[in-house]
Design a protein around this ligand. Sequence first.
Ligand SMILES: *C/C=C(C)/C=C/C=C(C)/C=C/C1=C(C)CCCC1(C)C
Length: 242
Amino acid sequence: MTNFMIIPGLIAKLLPTDYVGFTFFVGCMAMMAASAFFFLSLNQFDKKWRTSVLVSGLITFIAAVHYFYMRDYWTTFQESPTFFRYVDWTLTVPLMCVEFYLILKVAGAKQSLMWKMILLSLVMLITGYVGETIDRPNAWIWGLISGLAYFVIVYEIWLGQASKLAQAAGGNVLAAHKILCWFVLVGWSIYPLGYMLGTDGWYSGIHGLGLNIDVAYNLADAINKIGFGLVVYNLALQSQKD
Ligand SMILES: *C/C=C(C)/C=C/C=C(C)/C=C/C1=C(C)CCCC1(C)C
């Protein structure tokens, strides 16, 4: 490949034509800036909301650390850093499930709801990882199982117990819950699309679109981690005013 150069002991060169590397680079910056924003805003919130905003910051911070590593991995090897991608998600997606629980606590959400969502998210991610790495020939089957777990999460927050709690809470909490539901339905759906771009199956026809799996994942991460965090931040801000 002509796209990179390794000079031992020095940093790898990121070329302007390397658009995958560029999205990793911008991802580092965006996750870092968002973390600073959430952490530095903590003092303005009272106890009740501080944990939620703190978790928003932890999500983008954990992602930032992974992005710095993934950026270097990509510039050095020109290979998808799949393992660390999934390490990142395995830490941050359960934290997003915790966010749902935290904001619904006002309506009496139980920890069992949180654990159920965490378990579903782990099933979704572990089966996805198996399909992308260990058992690639059966990627579509693993993707399907992963997709089912994703579907149950979507059901839970849109129509299940979580949605009923949001209705009961009403006001700002209901409004924020609705937006988070859209993030999960639309924003998270970019991931299965990325998966199909990076694995073979009945859907391989979309490989011709010229999109790249890492660009899809990087874009989705920025939207979902920072956007999701901002919704929680805004909820804390609005609720403090009333
Ligand atoms: C910050 C990271 C987030 C919000 C990651 C979310 C990841 C997903 C929703 C992944 C879903 C997948 C499927 C639904 C099927 C194919 C395999 C996955 C793991 C890419």
